[in-house]
Design a protein around this ligand. Structure first.
Ligand code: PLP
Length: 418
């Protein structure tokens, strides 16, 4: 690499990683035959450290690489920012944070106005839950089973039990209901409910696309009963669905909108918890009641602003919509061609999941697709579904290449078990 960084051999990396980072993780990847160590990366591609294998990245860390790897404008922006900026001081008033806050307010619907910056998505969700509780003076937080909001304290408590089990009892007040079941939500939301938190499209649950009636129903219920609606758009936001925010498809103005992952441009981590105007009341008695030392680090803000400029451009969103139609049309025949194996493409824009017929098949697909040159990982909370998140910047040629590789993957699986 041009800064003089040289990668070790793959075996050396695996050994060192086993010794000093995570022996079980290294073992897992060896056992499943995915002994990949990321080396060169560019656009939609990542190469194995030994340079022998190239994958099209259709996992993209759930949206981190929405703009592909090392997007030239993003890299240039960070380089320029480094000439004058550093982390800044999170206690002080900041020019750059003010500008990014303004841009986010301009791009979000309704009176979503104020941004609290963070570093990771879990932290941003924690803050959303804290604000909901402080604002409503209520305790209960309702989420959906299969939903995923991160592995920090309150975000973890809002997620599935399997991620919490080894770590002792959860904090009180969290309740999960089945996804898509408005009656269950109606029974759950009561006068002690501070908030309902929903991913607009639940990614770790395999991209089930909510109906308009469901999301509108939950939103209305919240407003009727004085609970807040938190939209987790850590994955679904930032152009992924063909709109800047996925809630726009459903005409919902959440009380709190959380974004992360892609806001980093894949280069500098930053997250945002965007609050409706009245919620600032929570910080009036003590503006230092919530702190994040690295949240909204100034040097990363030009990157986030560049990401938003690229993402909100009408031509960019139109490109996402064109690609979405392309995948829909090209993959529709797979349901018939691979009947008994492939069910359907779940899809809202380029937020996509390949629904297979059984939970054993997701991991098999991931493994076979790897051999076919695709990084695509099954959904942890519903392994029937393989998450399919290509970078938003791909050309139609790359999209065609992806379709052909998916086709070959399914064909291989079909021949093994017709
Ligand atoms: C929908 C959603 N919310 C929150 C998070 C947590 O983000 P982070 O891993 O940056 O803490 C994730 C991470 O995958 C996510 O997918």
């Amino acid at each position: 690499m041009d800064n003089g960084w040289t990668f070790m051999s793959k075996d050396a990396v695996f050994d060192l990683f086993s010794r000093y980072v995570s022996p079980p993780k290294a073992l897992f990847f060896r056992q499943v035959g995915i002994d990949f160590v990321m080396g060169k990366r560019e656009g939609p591609y990542i190469w194995d450290v030994d340079g022998r294998k190239r994958l099209i990245d259709c996992h993209i860390n759930g949206g981190v690489f929405n703009l592909g790897h090392r997007h030239p404008d993003i890299v240039r922006t960070l380089r320029e920012a480094l000439n004058t900026l550093d982390i800044g001081n999170h206690h002080l008033v900041s020019d750059l944070r003010a500008r990014l806050g303004q841009r986010l307010a301009e791009l979000t619907p309704g009176d979503l106005t104020y941004t609290v910056f963070g570093v990771g998505g879990g932290e941003a969700i924690d803050l959303a839950i804290k604000v909901a509780r402080a604002y409503t003076q209520r305790t209960k937080i309702i989420s959906v089973r299969g939903g995923y909001h991160g592995h920090t304290g309150l975000a973890l408590a809002a997620g599935d039990e399997k991620y919490r089990r080894p770590f002792g009892p959860p904090p009180p007040g969290f309740l999960q209901v089945p996804f898509g079941d408005l009656d269950a939500m109606r029974r759950a939301v009561d006068e002690d409910t501070a908030a309902v938190i929903l991913e607009t499209v639940p990614a770790t649950y395999g991209m089930p696309i909510p109906t308009r009636a469901y999301l509108q129903g939950v939103w209305n219920l919240c407003r009727e009963r004085g609970a807040l609606y938190i939209a987790d758009e850590v994955q679904a936001g930032l152009g992924r669905t063909g709109r800047v925010w996925a809630v726009e498809h459903f005409d919902i103005v959440p009380d709190i909108l959380v974004t992360g992952k892609g806001l980093s441009g894949g280069i500098y981590p930053i997250t945002a918890t965007i609050l409706r105007e009245p919620l600032m009341k929570v910080f009036e008695p003590d503006p230092f009641i919530h702190i994040s030392t690295f949240g909204g680090a100034e040097v990363g803000i030009p990157v986030a602003l560049k990401v938003l400029d690229i993402t909100a451009h009408p031509d960019f969103l139109a490109h996402v919509q064109t690609l979405a139609r392309f995948f829909q049309e090209r993959m529709r025949p797979f349901a018939e061609k691979y009947a008994g194996l492939f069910v359907q493409l779940r899809q809202l824009g380029l937020m996509m999941g390949l629904e297979l017929t059984s939970p054993q098949l997701g991991p098999v697909f991931t493994r076979v697709a790897y051999d076919m040159g695709l990084l695509m990982i099954y959904a942890n909370n519903d392994p029937r579904v393989v998450q399919f998140l290509p970078p938003l910047i791909i050309t139609e040629d790359v999209a065609e290449e992806i379709v052909q590789r998916v086709d070959r993957t399914l064909e291989f699986m079909y021949r093994m078990h017709p």
